[in-house]
Write a protein that binds this ligand. Structure first.
Ligand SMILES: Cc1ncc(COP(=O)(O)O)c(C=O)c1O
Length: 427
């Protein structure tokens, strides 16, 4: 049993524990940190905002950083997203999107009948609150709560390494989209939306969708009159190499959930972005009661919004996305030799997000039993060697801060390789 690690300080790509030991932050503190810990511009933004106001509610009021941030988000969001609704974490941003979709259909298109359920992919993860769990499908996390969940429709994900159809990309021509089209064609009258993690199903183990998959999903949703909800909580803010994953395929969703990197990993803040068309469905006289009744105590917190604004300024001033491109290529190159390790079954990468799937048998792709805790043991060794990772079962995930230097990246991947080699049964 590993002793608990108590993190006291951070600097750049490093976290430092109470004993003074330094660790590379290989998970970006669970996928939130972008520009490193203690970034001077982000530190300054919070301190400056604190001189004015720490918090006031967004229910019936607003605050300058929240207004300014909404404008800034619209400028960088996929074209056509024009409105911002704040909340305070990724799960709530998803809940907001689901509720907004259902209420939109009721108010704007009552003639469409009850469009109140959702289509989602198997192995999806959209958060831990009950609505988000309802549209999720990670057996280990979700099975106990089945009785609490609302019914949904599920489709197989584009998990090419373990293709549910037994096909191989690109010869398959993305045949996994056919059952999705079938569901949309037959069941669209009851579907409010199709919710998807664009390009990468992150918590499932960085399952990366083939190019063109998301665009096709957008076309199908439009054709069958079903809202497309993208959950950019993990993929947003540069992780995939563009500001938002949707932008790789020129896709504008009807609703988009963001959080995690929104504040550069400094404060809990989230938002759900939507189109003018959906926003308009919530306008009316007082007596119409078309209001979207959803509010959290800390929605649009001014400290969070101030640091989110500073985060976006750092993207611009430091040319974060431009400087990230060669790092993404280096990551691909450095991961290449790991294919040779006998228990590395698959290596998946999208932008600056990567995962290594460890398998008991490389030929048959037989997974390790979960209770062998191979992923956990690899991460334990990496930790002793000064790298913090976190496994998803037997999948090792590497999501470094975007500011990670090439030297740090090299150290991270070298440490990860040695940790995989050192684990008995995985060497
Ligand atoms: C795609 C996705 N959606 C939603 C969430 C939930 O976010 P939070 O943990 O902030 O509630 C996560 C968290 O990992 C996520 O990866």
């Amino acid at each position: 049993m590993e002793a608990p690690l108590i993190i006291e300080r951070g600097k750049g790509s490093y976290l430092i524990d109470t004993e003074g030991k330094k660790y590379l932050d290989g998970t970006s503190s669970i996928w939130v940190n972008l520009h490193g810990h203690r970034h001077p511009a982000l530190d300054h933004a919070i301190k400056k905002q604190l001189d004015n106001l720490a918090h006031s509610t967004l229910l019936g009021l607003s605050n300058p950083p929240a207004i300014e941030l909404a404008r800034a988000l619209i400028r960088i969001a996929p074209k056509g997203l024009r409105r911002v609704f704040y909340s305070d974490n990724g799960s709530t941003a998803v809940e907001v999107a689901l509720k907004m979709a259902v209420q939109y259909w009721q108010q704007q298109h009552p003639e469409a009948g009850p469009k109140h359920t959702f289509l989602h992919l198997k192995l999806a993860y959209h958060g831990d609150t009950i609505g988000a769990v309802s549209v999720g499908n990670i057996e280990l996390f979700h099975a106990r709560f089945t009785s609490l969940l609302f019914p949904t429709l599920e489709a197989d994900p584009p998990y090419c390494y373990r293709c549910p159809l037994g096909l191989t990309y690109p010869a398959c021509h993305m045949a996994c989209l056919d059952p999705i089209e079938h569901i949309l064609e037959k069941r669209h009258p009851e579907l409010a939306g199709f919710i998807i993690e664009p390009l990468v199903q992150a918590a499932a183990g960085m399952i990366t969708a083939p190019p063109g998959y998301l665009k096709r999903v957008r076309e199908l949703c439009t054709r069958y009159n079903v809202l497309l909800i993208v959950d950019e909580v993990a993929t947003g803010f540069g992780r995939t190499g563009k500001m938002f994953a949707c932008q790789h395929e020129g896709v504008t969703p009807d609703l988009m959930a963001i959080s995690k990197g929104l504040t550069g990993g400094y404060m809990p803040l989230a938002a759900t972005l939507t189109t003018e068309e959906i926003y308009k469905a919530f306008l009316g006289t007082y007596q119409d009661f078309k209001t979207f009744f959803h509010g959290h105590s800390y929605s649009g917190n001014p400290l969070g919004c101030a640091v989110a604004l500073a985060n976006l300024k750092v993207f611009k001033n430091d040319k974060t996305l431009t400087r990230l491109q060669p790092k993404i290529k280096t990551m691909t190159r450095l991961l290449q030799p790991l294919w040779q390790l006998p228990h590395v079954g698959d290596i998946r990468q999208q932008g600056f997000m990567a995962a290594i799937e460890l398998v008991a048998d490389k030929k048959t792709r037989e997974p390790y039993p979960l209770d062998a805790r191979v992923g956990h043991r690899v991460c334990g060794i990496a930790r002793r060697r000064g790298l913090l990772l976190r496994p998803l079962g037997n999948i090792i995930v590497l999501i470094p801060p975007l500011s990670t230097t090439l030297t740090e990246l090299r150290r991270m991947i070298e440490t990860m390789r040695r940790a995989i080699e050192e684990v008995p049964d995985a060497e």
